[in-house]
Every structure is written in structure tokens, then in C-alpha cells.
Design a protein around this ligand. Structure first.
Ligand SMILES: Nc1ncnc2c1ncn2[C@@H]1O[C@H](COP(=O)(O)OP(=O)(O)O)[C@@H](O)[C@H]1O
Ligand SMILES: [Mg+2]
Length: 606
């Protein structure tokens, strides 16, 4: 579906409010027509330029009839009271019309604002849901800053797009139509003349719109770049400072800001220009109208009187503003639509990992989890794992060792179904992993990896992580993870807010918190991916102790760098460039004097 009708569809649930807003805008148009349309007849009647109407006329729905009716009223007031009273009456009618027209203008927006805000919120929720379910592979091709820009700045533009569209479709067209019909009623001939410039306006608008669209796209991309640099600057602060690259990053950032301003300025100027051009064209049309009207008046043709000509000119002048606003808004919408398309781009990205409609629930893990002859690569043609097989029986521990880049983490990615295998199958209790409900599969497993993710929140919330646990349960898990002691020593204990990404804690402390988090959920299958790799030997000892406690009686896959930690495993698999080089228990492998033996010797030496 085209982006424009599609974004407008988001406002459909709020049709009621939309209609109210449209109604208010219609009334606004009528009252503003009255306010301005009454000036001339009133003035001419008051000052005796037209004949006084002394007999009550019959009321029809035509300009003449209405005018006669008003003339009659004013004449009556003049005759029965005084000219002063008649003028007072006229002023009050003006004031009332003006107040009413502005009241309805306000009410129009009063009903319209929630429509665009709610529609935007719905879209934002949809985008966020999508971002949390998209496959990890999506994030290897999109920068965080870019996605944040889409969630923030582009969303703001979506709100503007919806609001302006609804305005463009309700407020200005009514104004234009109402005034246009009034003009037609006064003089069809003059109205026709005044339309001469329309095609020129349309052409210019189309030309400018095209440029607005092109530059807005560049502008949003530049903004994404700025946000990405911003985000990377903050998350990589330690490295940037450590390498003395601050100056480089600052210069680059400033440069991007300049570029962004240049593009944005271009867009905004184009939009202003479109408004100004349409005004110039309208005023030129006005001159043509005055000229033609004057000519017709002098020749005495075209049923024109000085009064009707002046009224025509006033109403025509009043028509210029809504036309100008309409054209400007159309160009603004072009600008906003760039953002709308950027958001739909994310929402439409394909989900590589899809759940079957009749997916099986999986609450318990009974026998085994098996990788059967798996071949997998992140990109087509590139094989990270080849003919990999293993069977992890309930209650057993398998260790995978291998050089960096040999595909160890990839195995956990497949077990958690972050990716789907290309050949072979992953089976849980004999069923293909793809047959199960994805969240159930992930719910079985607890992952503790080298990269610890902590959020800017209290220790307690970081451990509970979206589920309900009592403080006693949390403390018990922390105690097992050797974390209770240092948490108690924090200023507010479990209620201490840990800084962004846990910056206020040491690597070992963060790792023990992540173990406590996994322990708290008591997963049936544990995946430990180099959980101790980045730690010094003192904290490694504490973490190792915690891990040993956690492993007792559990099914686990341990990926480890340090061979000492895997010796107790029921099976050790030695990976070499995605292929299984050796497998067996520690003593079997050691005795074989192959790759494993070689590594153990190397580590013993260091
Ligand atoms: N998200 C990814 N996209 C593309 N290639 C990847 C991705 N993650 C890992 N790789 C590649 O897959 C190979 C195996 O990676 P990994 O399983 O992380 O190794 P290990 O954990 O054994 O160090 C590496 O060559 C790595 O470059
Ligand atoms: Mg790894």
C-alpha cells in the first residue's frame, strides 16, 4: 500500500473526533465568510449607497435574498430607533461572527490534536514491538543511532504529517470552497478570470514539492548519522578518550551538524518560497480581477455594481491566505512523508524467524536437546558451522572449546533460535525447534555470556528483570552467585541504582549479577558463553564458584576459553573452524594427544 493512504489509516480508529473536527472547521469557514462578507453590504446600507428595503422580503437561499433581508433589518432599526443603534447592531453582529469563527477554529484543533497524537502513539508502539522482535541479523545492518532517530525525530514528523493532512483536508478546503462559492454567486465571470493563474501555481508547487522531498530524505539520513555518532560517542567514551580521539570525534560531529543545517535550511526555504510564490500569484490574480471588474463596471456589463465589485475583491483577498496555507502544507506533508516512509521501512522489514501459526507450547524439557548435522552461515555462501552434531541429555553438561571465531557463540544463537539453521535441525525432545512457540524455547534457557547487559535501574529490578520475585528470593540467588556481599555494601543495597550499562560496577561484579539473574529464573538449560573470559583471576575465582553452584544438577552447555573450567563436563567438543575436531571426556581427549592436549599444555605453561 502507498505510504500516504497507509499513514492516514492510523487515524481511522479516531473517526469520531475527526468528524467533530471537520464539523468545527466547516462552521469556522462559514463564520469567517460572514465576518468579511458583511462589511460591504452593511457599509453601503448604512451610508445610503443602496436603496433602503422597507418591505419585509421573502427569504431564499441566495446572496440577493440574504442581502435584502439584512438591508430590511438595518433599515427597520434606523427607522424605529436611530442610525447609532443600527451601527451598534452591525458591530455586534461582526463581533459575534468573529468570536464564533475563532471559537470553532479552536475547537477544530481541540478535536484534531488527539487524533494525530493517538495515531502516532499507535504507530510508535507498533515500531517498538517490531524492534524488539526483529531478528538479530537486522541489527548488524542498522546502526542504533539510526533506529533511535526513527523512533524519535521521525515519529515527531509522523505526528505532523497526520495533523497537517487532516488540516489540509478539512480546514483550508472548506475555507476555499465556501469563499469560492460566494465569489461564484457574486460574479461567475470574474471568478473565471481569477482562476487563470491556477495552473501556474500548480506547476510551481509540483516542482518545489519534488525538491522538498529529495532534500528532506537527505536531511533525515543526516540526522540519523548525527544520532548514530552521538550514541557511539557516548557508549565508546572510554575508548575514544583512551586513544585521544576526542578531537577527531568532535570535529566529525560538528561537520555533520553543519551539513544537516544546510540541508534543513534548504527544505524550509523551499517550503516558505512555495507559500510566497502562491501569494504573489494570487495578488497578481487580484490585480487582474480589479482590472477586469473595473472594465466591466465602466462598460456597464456583467451585472456588476461598485458594491459587488468591492465585496468580490475583499472575499478574493481573503481567499489568498487559505490557498497559501494549503500549498505550504502540501509541501510540509512531502517533508513529513519522508519520515513516514522511513518508519514503514522498519515495520515492513521481514522477520526471518517466524513462529508457525500452530506452534507447540513447550513448558518442560524432558529428555534431550539435539543438534543434528547442522550447517549454518550468517551470510549466504559463508559457512560458520559445518555438519555439527551434538546431543545434550537432561542433567548432563557439554563443554565446547575452540579458538576465537570457531563458531562457539553461534551454537548458542541457534539453540536460542536467534537464527534458523540452513541445513540439518535443532531438536528439543525429538521435535524441530521451529515447531515450538519461540518464547517458550527461549524461556527454557538461561544465557550467561561475556557481555553483561545491565540497565539503568536498581539492582533489584535488574535481577528481577520483568518478573516478580521477593527480596528473599533475590538475595538467595545473589548469595549463590557470590553477589550478595558486594550488593549489601552498596549505598542503598538492592535499591541502589546502577549507572548506565552498569558502569559503576566492576566486570566481575557485573558478571556475578548476571549469574544471579539467571539463577533467579532457574532455567532448565544453562548456556554459559565464556562467562569468565574477561575477568581477572581473583574475580574469576568468585564467579567460577558461583557457576559451579549453579551447574549442580543442571543441564548445561558451557563454552569456555579456559580449559580448567570444562574438565568436569560429561562431554567436551573441540571445534575447529566450524567443524568438530575431537570429542570425548577430558581424560579421553587428553590421552589422545591431539588439539585438546596441545591447548591444555599451552595453558599450563602460561
Ligand atoms: N552476526 C554475525 N553476522 C555475520 N557474521 C558473524 C556474526 N556473528 C559471528 N559471525 C562470524 O561467525 C564466525 C563465528 O563466530 P562466533 O560463533 O562468534 O565465534 P566464537 O564464539 O567461537 O568466537 C566468525 O567468523 C564471525 O566473524
Ligand atoms: Mg564467542
Amino acid at each position: 500500500m502507498k505510504a500516504y493512504p497507509r499513514i492516514l489509516k492510523y487515524s481511522l480508529p479516531y473517526t469520531g473526533q475527526m468528524l467533530l473536527s471537520v464539523g468545527c472547521h466547516l462552521l469556522y469557514a462559514f463564520f469567517s465568510l460572514f465576518t468579511f462578507g458583511l462589511i460591504v453590504p452593511f457599509a453601503s446600507i448604512l451610508f445610503g449607497l443602496t436603496e433602503a428595503v422597507t418591505v419585509r422580503p421573502e427569504l431564499h437561499l441566495s446572496a440577493d435574498s440574504l442581502m435584502d433581508m439584512l438591508s430590511y433589518g438595518i433599515t427597520w432599526l434606523q427607522q424605529h430607533y436611530s442610525l447609532g443603534i443600527a451601527i451598534l447592531f452591525v458591530s455586534l453582529v461582526f463581533l459575534t461572527c468573529a468570536l464564533l469563527s475563532n471559537f470553532f477554529r479552536f475547537m477544530g484543533l481541540y478535536f484534531l490534536n488527539p487524533v494525530s497524537l493517538n495515531a502516532t502513539r499507535d504507530l510508535r508502539n507498533e515500531l517498538y514491538n517490531k524492534l524488539l522482535t526483529l531478528p538479530l541479523s537486522f541489527y548488524t545492518t542498522h546502526r542504533t543511532g539510526d533506529l533511535i532517530t526513527r523512533l524519535n525525530a521521525d515519529m515527531q514528523e509522523v505526528n505532523n504529517a497526520i495533523k497537517n493532512s487532516l488540516l489540509v483536508f478539512s480546514r483550508e478546503p472548506f475555507q476555499i470552497i465556501v469563499f469560492f462559492v460566494a465569489l461564484l454567486m457574486i460574479s461567475p465571470m470574474l471568478t473565471l478570470v481569477s482562476c487563470i493563474a491556477f495552473p501556474l501555481t500548480a506547476m510551481l508547487t509540483a516542482k518545489i514539492s519534488e525538491s522538498v522531498r529529495r532534500n528532506s530524505k537527505k536531511g533525515q539520513e543526516q540526522l540519523s548519522l548525527i544520532n548514530a555518532t552521538y550514541e557511539e560517542g557516548i557508549s565508546g567514551l572510554r575508548v575514544i578518550r583512551g586513544y585521544g580521539a576526542t578531537g577527531f570525534f568532535i570535529r566529525r560531529f560538528h561537520q555533520m551538524g553543519l551539513q544537516f543545517n544546510r540541508i534543513t535550511n534548504k527544505v524550509l526555504l523551499r517550503i516558505e518560497l512555495s507559500g510566497i510564490l502562491s501569494e504573489i500569484i494570487s495578488i497578481a490574480s487580484l490585480c487582474i480581477v480589479i482590472f477586469t471588474g473595473g472594465y466591466l463596471l465602466l462598460r456597464g456589463s456583467g451585472h456588476l455594481t461598485p458594491n459587488t465589485l468591492i465585496l468580490f475583491v475583499i472575499l478574493f483577498a481573503k481567499l489568498i491566505a487559505p490557498v497559501q496555507t494549503l500549498i505550504k502544507n502540501i509541501n510540509y506533508i512531502e517533508k513529513f512523508m519522508v519520515s513516514v516512509r522511513r518508519i514503514f521501512e522498519v515495520i515492513d522489514s521481514e522477520e526471518v524467524i517466524v513462529e508457525k501459526p500452530d506452534a507447540l507450547p513447550l513448558k518442560d524439557f524432558c529428555h534431550e536437546i539435539e543438534c543434528r548435522d547442522i550447517t549454518f552461515g550468517y551470510e549466504a555462501g559463508n559457512r560458520v558451522l559445518e555438519h555439527f552434531s551434538m546431543t545434550l541429555t537432561k542433567g548432563k553438561v557439554i563443554a565446547v572449546v575452540g579458538a576465537s571465531g570457531s563458531g562457539k557463540t553461534t551454537i548458542t544463537n541457534l539453540l536460542l533460535r536467534f537464527y534458523d539453521v540452513q541445513e540439518g535441525t535443532v531438536l528439543i525432545d525429538g521435535h524441530d525447534i521451529r515447531d515450538y512457540v519461540i518464547s517458550d524455547v527461549r524461556g527454557l534457557m538461561g544465557l550467561v555470556s561475556q557481555e553483561v547487559v545491565l540497565f539503568h535501574d536498581t539492582v533489584y529490578n535488574n535481577l528481577c528483570f520483568g518478573r516478580e520475585f521477593t527480596l528473599e528470593q533475590v538475595r538467595e540467588a545473589a548469595r549463590m552467585a557470590n553477589a550478595d556481599e558486594f550488593v549489601q555494601a552498596l549505598p542503598q543495597g538492592y535499591d541502589t541504582v546502577i549507572g548506565d550499562r552498569g558502569m559503576t560496577l566492576s566486570g566481575g561484579q557485573r558478571q556475578r549479577l548476571s549469574i544471579a539473574r539467571a539463577l533467579l529464573r532457574d532455567p532448565q538449560i544453562l548456556l554459559l558463553d565464556e562467562a569468565t573470559a574477561s575477568l581477572d583471576s581473583q574475580s574469576e575465582h568468585l564467579v567460577q564458584q558461583a557457576l559451579d553452584r549453579m551447574l549442580a544438577g543442571r543441564t548445561a552447555l558451557i563454552i569456555a576459553h579456559r580449559l580448567s573450567t570444562v574438565q568436569k563436563a560429561d562431554e567436551i567438543i573441540v571445534l575447529d573452524k566450524g567443524r568438530i575436531a575431537e570429542r570425548g571426556t577430558h581424560s579421553e581427549l587428553y590421552a589422545r594427544e591431539g588439539l585438546y592436549h596441545h591447548w591444555v599444555k599451552l595453558q599450563e605453561m602460561s
